[in-house]
Structure formats: structure tokens, C-alpha cells
Design a protein around this ligand. Structure first.
Ligand code: NAP
Length: 322
């Protein structure tokens, strides 16, 4: 009996690839970069399942190209803003993602960016490499204190709450948050206070974005939002680049409207090498590496393959978004 055909849009951890190759007629894209749209639409024809990354736009054109036998799209990420979930639902195609597995790693990265921005690590690193370090400097590279500051968390979900635990438990920070619904556990355990978006902007020393990208959150950090923030506030975004309006962020960083930023996500992503966001001394940028630890990526691979197998077998997915 022929095995179900699946397409995997990028190489990912061996633990997942081995499972896929042993169960399915697997076509694995070997390129360092994602397949072109044309190539993607060609490769998914006749597939029962497709394992996608956030680089693939999964829309009506994608579903039409795959054909009626497509049963599941398994996303190798927790965010799935690249997928038209309503269209998948209408067509009876299951959609899976990998929540939870990457929570700690992404919260850690947000904290790494906060410390790097606060202590001006990349600026100091460049200073040495530019041959400017001549002696210990009593007035050089003065940064921000973390202990006891107020952190504002936009999107108090899995990653937001985990980041809040580090801020509150490790550095004694006061925690403010916004979310669509109250989070009584966080309020009790972390003394976190739910406030309006405007209050959060005005009162926080550090603002960290952890909401998903949706109609409400797209562009929510624009010129008006940065204007409300403290002039020495630090802005951290490890969620999605288009939650901030990048030209407005650049203006805010250049004009001193805010103090510094740490980004794991940009808009566009990736930015071109001459994009101004990469050349500001007060902005630390990482190439979307929130989940990039060994055990995290392996755990994500196992969830994604579980989702793929269940979807093709017509069973409920381990982690479903439909
Ligand atoms: P989650 O548990 O679903 O948390 C998302 C939170 O956003 C929820 O608490 C939700 O509120 C809140 N939210 C949604 N719309 C909002 C709005 N308009 N205003 C305020 N809060 C809003 O998801 P997660 O696992 O923590 O992941 C969060 C996001 O991080 C993902 O969607 C993904 O885009 C990003 N991410 C990035 C990386 C990376 O590599 N940089 C890695 C993993 C995830 P309610 O709870 O009230 O609904």
C-alpha cells in the first residue's frame, strides 16, 4: 500500500525528520532558504500533510494547489499568523502548532534582550572591536538598573507569564500587564496588575511584547504609543515584527522618545543589511531565535510530527488551532 505523501518545507531536527521519513512518502526541502512560492505550490500537490514554517503563506491558493486529499497543515511554531485558519476550517483541514515547548526559551531570550539593551552590551562589544577601548572608564557605557523597576507585559499568555516570573522572582520587578482576559494566577503569584494599554505605556520602565499577531495587535506600537512611553523606557519585542511600526520605532529610538530596544522580530523580516534598525546604537536585534535551543527545537519537532501523524490518520491533533 502506498504511503501518504507529505512535504516538509525546511530541514528541521533529525528526531522529527526520521519519524516522518519512516512513516510517510516524505519530500523534504533541502534548501537553506525556504522554497519559492512556485516551488512550494508544486511540491504540495497530492500531499496528505504539509509541515510548514512561519515563512510559508498558507491560504486559499495553497489549499487549492495541494488538492482535496490534504488533511493537515502542521506548523513548526506556536504562532500561526501565516495560516488562513478560517479557510482551513471551511475545507475540513486540521491545523496544528507547537505551544508550550518554546515558552521557557522565548521568555529567556526576551530577558537576554532586556539585559543586553539595558547594559548596552552590543554597543560595548562594537566599541572594543572598533579599537576604542583604551582604559577603564568611570563615565563610559552607563546603562539601566533592572532591580525593582516596573515591567509592562503586553500579552500575558504562556510566554508573557513566564517572562513575568523571571522579572518578578529574579529581579523584584513590579509587573503590569494587558491581555484580553484577566489572569488571576499571575495576579496572585506575581502581584501582577492588569491595566489599560495606555497606563502600561505610561508607567512601565520596560515594555515587553508577548501577544500574538492579530487584527488588534498589528501596528499597536506606533508613534502615538512610543510617545506615551517614558523617555528612558526599553521596548522589547519577541512576538512578531508587525506588532510594532518599524519606522515609528526607529524615529522613537533616534529622537530619544524612548531609551532603547531589543528585538527578536522585525518588519520586514529579515531586514536588509542597510535597514536603519540594524545600525542604531540603542537597538539590539536578534534573528528570530526565541525558540532556538536544542531541547526546545527537538520538543517542537516531536509535537509537529505528532500533529502531522494524527491529522493524516483523521484523529484529533495533539495541539490544534482549528
Ligand atoms: P499565548 O499563550 O496564546 O499568549 C498570547 C497572549 O496574547 C494571550 O494572553 C492573549 O490574551 C494576548 N493577547 C491577544 N490579543 C491581545 C491584545 N489585543 N491585547 C493584549 N493582549 C492580547 O501565546 P504564547 O505561547 O505566549 O506565544 C505568544 C506569541 O509569541 C506567539 O503568538 C508568537 O507570535 C510569539 N513567539 C515568538 C517566538 C520567537 O521565536 N521569537 C517564539 C514563540 C512565540 P488572552 O489570554 O486574554 O486571550
Amino acid at each position: 500500500m502506498s504511503r501518504p505523501k507529505v512535504f516538509v518545507t525546511r530541514k528541521f531536527p533529525a528526531v522529527g525528520l526520521e519519524r516522518i521519513s519512516s512513516s510517510f512518502d516524505a519530500d523534504i526541502w533541502e534548501g537553506e532558504l525556504p522554497p519559492s512560492r512556485e516551488e512550494l505550490l508544486k511540491r504540495i500537490q497530492g500531499c496528505s500533510g504539509v509541515l510548514t514554517m512561519l515563512s510559508e503563506k498558507v491560504d486559499d491558493e495553497f489549499f487549492d494547489a495541494a488538492g482535496d486529499q490534504l488533511k493537515v497543515v502542521s506548523q513548526y511554531a506556536v504562532g500561526y499568523n501565516n495560516i488562513d485558519v478560517e479557510s482551513a476550517k471551511r475545507r475540513g483541514i486540521a491545523v496544528g502548532n507547537t505551544p508550550g515547548a518554546l515558552t521557557n526559551a522565548t521568555a529567556d531570550l526576551a530577558f537576554a534582550l532586556l539585559i543586553a539593551a539595558a547594559r548596552r552590551i552590543t554597543e560595548a562589544h562594537d566599541y572594543i572591536h572598533d579599537g576604542k577601548w583604551k582604559a577603564w572608564e568611570p563615565l563610559g557605557h552607563i546603562g539601566w538598573d533592572l532591580e525593582g523597576q516596573t515591567v509592562g507585559i503586553v500579552g500575558m499568555g504562556r510566554i508573557g507569564q513566564t517572562f513575568a516570573k523571571r522579572c518578578h522572582g529574579g529581579w523584584g520587578m513590579n509587573v503590569l500587564y494587558t491581555a484580553r482576559s484577566p489572569k488571576p494566577d499571575a495576579e496572585q503569584e506575581l502581584a501582577a496588575k492588569r491595566v489599560s494599554f495606555e497606563e502600561l505605556l505610561e508607567q512601565s520602565d520596560f515594555v515587553s511584547v508577548h501577544c500574538d499577531l492579530n487584527e488588534e495587535t498589528k501596528g499597536m506600537f506606533d508613534a502615538a504609543a512610543f510617545k506615551r512611553m517614558k523617555s528612558d523606557a526599553i521596548f522589547i519585542n519577541t512576538a512578531r515584527g508587525s506588532i510594532h511600526v518599524q519606522p515609528d520605532l526607529i524615529d522613537a529610538l533616534k529622537s530619544g522618545q524612548i531609551g532603547a530596544a531589543g528585538l527578536d522580530v522585525t518588519d520586514p523580516e529579515p531586514p536588509s543589511v542597510d535597514d536603519e534598525i540594524l545600525h542604531l546604537p540603542n537597538c539590539v536585534v536578534a534573528p528570530h531565535i526565541g525558540s532556538a535551543t536544542r531541547s526546545t527545537r527537538d520538543a517542537m519537532a516531536n509535537i509537529a510530527v505528532d500533529n502531522l501523524e494524527a491529522g493524516i490518520a483523521g484523529k484529533p491533533l495533539r495541539c490544534s488551532v482549528t
